[in-house]
Design a protein around this ligand. Structure first.
Ligand SMILES: Nc1nc2c(ncn2[C@@H]2O[C@H](COP(=O)(O)OP(=O)(O)OP(=O)(O)O)[C@@H](O)[C@H]2O)c(=O)[nH]1
Ligand SMILES: [Mg+2]
Length: 258
């Protein structure tokens, strides 16, 4: 991590204000790769208010996903290079002057109708970033397999230990103030995306608030958690980033003149 990007929360140009719901611009970013069976339901369930714009970032789908998304009114951005984080970064770069950016998967595992749950703490001025936790009391064990639940809990515990942030999950359905996300200079193009904004946000002193969301068996074929390559890759990237960013910060602090 370029530690210069770990801008102190206090240095942000915009002090925390309660954002008025009727004026807030919310950009929803949905990465997709062959989600033709699901994307229609995701878009149909997404509340048009307060979602100001919906950007589907598609990587080489061969099943008509981008066409369906465009027909349903989403802006489709093509990202030919694979990578979950890369798709999210491309969406962020293409968002049109948002106040808040939301990330949502295109497989209908998360319920887009729960968007207000994620937005509320930010709109009320209580949070800079919100993460939807799938591991609350209503955990659906068919939707999140045991190895994914275990891995997420382990990573969250490690984050609690090293970064002092109490979270239970690294859920993909999440939201952040656009100015905060810009300040974090996110760059993880693959599985590291799941932790980068949490780790950098915690180091920079931003308020990360977890909210409970429901989680359901995906429609269509898994690209990440349901594959061996995805599981191993995500496990490695997530754990290594947690350790790497922690020690980078420690080294930077040690090198600072007293
Ligand atoms: N643009 C883009 N989207 C991707 C890529 N890989 C995965 N996605 C999308 O990212 C979202 C998350 O992928 P999933 O396959 O659901 O991964 P997961 O949630 O870990 O695993 P599941 O248990 O199968 O749901 C889905 O909307 C995918 O279509 C990619 O390389 N590029
Ligand atoms: Mg999924």
């Amino acid at each position: 991590m370029g530690l210069g990007c770990a801008v102190s929360a206090a240095k942000l140009l915009f002090p925390l204000v309660v954002i008025e719901l009727n004026r807030v611009r919310v950009s929803v970013i949905i990465p997709t790769h062959n989600e033709a069976q699901a994307i229609g339901r995701v878009l149909a369930d997404l509340p048009s208010d307060p979602a100001t714009e919906v950007i589907v970032v598609d990587s080489n789908s061969q099943d008509g996903t981008p066409e369906i998304a465009a027909q349903m009114g989403a802006r489709v951005v093509k990202e030919p290079c694979r990578g979950y984080g890369r798709a999210c970064l491309t969406g962020l770069a293409n968002a049109n002057s948002p106040d808040i950016v939301v990330f949502l998967d295109g497989d209908y595992s998360d319920r887009p109708s729960e968007l207000p749950i994620l937005l509320a703490p930010i709109l009320e001025g209580r949070a800079d970033i919100t993460i939807g936790s799938r591991l609350g009391i209503n955990r659906n064990s068919r939707a999140l397999p045991w190895h994914a639940a275990f891995g997420n809990r382990l990573a969250a515990s490690l984050i609690g230990l090293l970064y002092g942030l109490k979270i239970s999950d690294l859920g993909p359905f999440r939201a952040g103030r656009a100015d905060v996300l810009r300040a974090l200079a996110l760059q993880e193009a693959t599985y590291g995306w799941a932790v980068e904004m949490i780790l950098k946000g915690a180091l920079a002193g931003f308020r990360i608030v977890e909210v409970p969301v429901s989680y359901h068996p995906r429609i269509g074929k898994s690209k990440i958690s349901g594959t061996l390559k995805g599981t191993l890759g995500a496990g490695w990237f997530i754990l290594s980033r947690i350790v790497r960013y922690y020690f980078q910060r420690r080294r930077a602090e040690a090198a600072r003149p007293a």
